[in-house]
Design a protein around this ligand. Structure first.
Ligand code: GLC
Length: 558
């Protein structure tokens, strides 16, 4: 019998607590709010929650700027609330994965404060400090040409220490110096502290960036993220991750999930292989298919062949994948890959089918189970996300775009705020998210798209998610089965089989807004229908399948 592992069988639900549910009317989601909504998760049938960071933080990057790894940010609640959340989840047999941010802290963290004020003290070497040069005019110039992911130089000059510090993200997120064993100890201690509280694992934020190349050399200026070849999967990354594995995860059944920007297949195999330090990794290839010629801040064309080719290469090349179309950094998938108007239900459920029947661990992001869509952002003042605001300001300052109006369509397609508009619970004010003023406006379509409405109507995106999650739970072939792609060159159909011993499931999806017909040799005439997103489908397939726009069929072979 193959070895069963909980995180392979689990469907993970991601909660972005700031936007999930507000219990006290301050417009900011909180932990008691999450607790009040656990019945929704139980009904949906998910097995694990990944909670975005709830640690003490000035919230410049919504909690990815941590100022104390062992305290809860007061607007989210108290440690008692957090303890209660863990208990209530476990009572429902739902596990909890916390988000750990090991690459950087907030500048408000005591470590940084002490590092800046006392270079020779205990914390002096906790961050990556360098003396810069001066240019011909005597002005300070940064130590190298690396760029921040959020735009501009990755270096900031600190007047107090009179030196530059590295920040691969916001200027308030200084990178920790992982060469310093004391930093590694501190991070390992923080993780073990949470594990001892009984959590079930960590999602490790940008964990492939921990090791920077010796000497911090200049990067190729033509790279989209300048410097990245010197800090993505850097020289000592396996040493650091092996150490984390040994000191935190080894001997536990806690899951280690690495978020890894710019990850390629070869590294993914090493990270998650039999001797690899991680269980699961997130790669971003499929959510980069719609980048344009100018990269992320440009919208390009993609088609089903691209999507199939990418997903297939990872299905084929990696023993176990993380499956996702959405998270708190990505726009809504139905707006991006589907059709959020005419075929919103059909295309959201087609995406759900891919998510829940490919081989790997599926991650459902809050609101995805309703088919929530992208928002409208009329001006840059309507955008909260530090990534969007900084990058757009920079593009305008550099003269690459004239003004907000000329890049608005890109922002509306791409901004992370699309994922961060409040969860839509019902059709009362602010979608039932808060009794106060939400920190970010609710999507206008909430009277039509919300949990209560989804529960009433048939068919609904929500009930489709419920039935597919239930099907995956009952069908070993959908978890442990092998995967085989059929009709790779079909421009409308995505067809694959999942096979385990004599259990065989055929998945056929018309991922287009036109009718499609096909004779599927792989489909047995006696096969029986397990699930479809259309209602009037016969129990056994016709010789020629006729699939309506975004129609899905999942069959079990006799
Ligand atoms: C990750 C997080 C993102 C954050 C960044 C910096 O990509 O998912 O939200 O801004 O890391 O911590």
């Amino acid at each position: 019998m193959r070895e069963r592992t909980w995180w392979k069988e689990a469907v993970v639900y991601q909660i972005y607590p700031k936007s999930f549910s507000d219990s006290d009317g301050d417009g900011f989601g909180d932990l008691p709010g999450v607790i009040e909504r656990l019945d929704h998760l139980e009904r949906l049938g998910v097995d694990c929650v990944w909670l975005n960071p709830v640690y003490e933080s000035p919230q410049r990057d919504n909690g990815y700027d941590v100022s104390d790894y062992r305290a809860i940010y007061p607007e989210f609640g108290t440690m008692d609330d957090w303890d209660r959340l863990l208990e209530e989840l476990h009572e429902r047999d739902i596990r909890l994965v916390m988000d750990m941010v090991p690459n950087h802290t907030s500048t408000d963290h005591e470590w940084f404060q002490r590092s800046r004020s006392d270079p020779d003290g205990e914390y002096g070497d906790y961050y990556i400090w360098r003396d810069g040069d001066t240019d011909a005019n005597g002005d300070p110039v940064p130590p190298n040409n690396w760029e921040s992911f959020f735009g501009g130089s990755a270096w900031e000059y600190d007047d107090e220490r009179e030196a530059w510090y590295l920040h691969l993200y916001d200027v308030s997120q200084p990178d920790l110096n992982w060469r310093n064993p004391a930093v590694r100890d501190a991070m390992v201690d923080a993780m073990n502290w949470w594990l001892e509280k009984g959590i079930d694992g960590f999602r490790l934020d940008v964990v492939s960036l921990l090791s920077k190349a010796e000497g911090l050399p200049d990067g190729d200026p033509n790279n989209e993220w300048v410097g990245s070849e010197h800090f993505v999967d850097g020289p000592r990354i396996f040493e650091y991750l092996d150490e984390i594995h040994e000191r935190v995860f080894a001997g536990t059944d806690a899951v280690a999930i690495g978020e890894m920007p710019n990850l390629d297949l070869e590294h993914a195999r090493r990270y998650t292989g039999p001797d690899g330090p991680l269980d699961l990794v997130f790669h971003f290839e499929h959510v980069g298919l719609d980048f344009g010629e100018r990269g992320r801040w440009d919208v390009g064309e993609w088609d089903l062949l691209d999507l199939k080719e990418t997903l297939h290469r990872w299905q084929d090349g990696l023993a176990w994948n993380s499956l996702f179309f959405e998270n708190h950094d990505q726009p809504r998938s139905v707006s991006r890959f589907g059709d959020d108007e005419r075929y919103r239900y059909e295309s959201a459920t087609a995406l759900a089918t891919i998510l829940l029947t490919l081989r790997g661990t599926p991650f459902v992001y809050q609101g995805q189970e309703l088919g929530m869509t992208n928002g409208t952002f009329e001006s840059l003042d309507d955008v909260s996300d530090v990534d969007t605001v900084r990058n757009v300001r920079e593009l305008i300052a550099d003269g690459e775009v004239e003004d907000y109006a000329s890049i608005r369509h890109v922002v509306e397609h791409r901004t992370r705020d699309n994922a961060r508009t409040p969860m839509q619970w019902d059709d009362t004010a602010h979608a039932g998210f808060t009794d106060g003023e939400p920190w970010i406006p609710v999507n206008d379509n909430y009277p039509e798209i919300n949990v209560a409405r989804e529960r009433e109507r048939t068919p609904s995106v929500l009930s489709y998610y419920e039935s597919l999650i239930d099907l995956r739970e009952r069908t070993d072939a959908l978890v442990y089965g092998g995967y085989e792609l059929h009709r790779p060159d079909d421009e409308q159909l995505f067809v694959y089989t999942r096979t385990l011993d004599d259990e065989r499931v055929v998945v056929a999806i018309n991922f287009s807004d036109r009718e499609a017909t096909a004779d599927l040799d792989v489909l047995d005439p006696e096969a029986s229908l397990l699930v479809s997103n259309y209602e009037d489908v016969t129990a056994t397939p016709a010789e020629t399948l006729e699939l309506r726009p975004y129609e899905t069929r999942v069959y079990e072979q006799p």
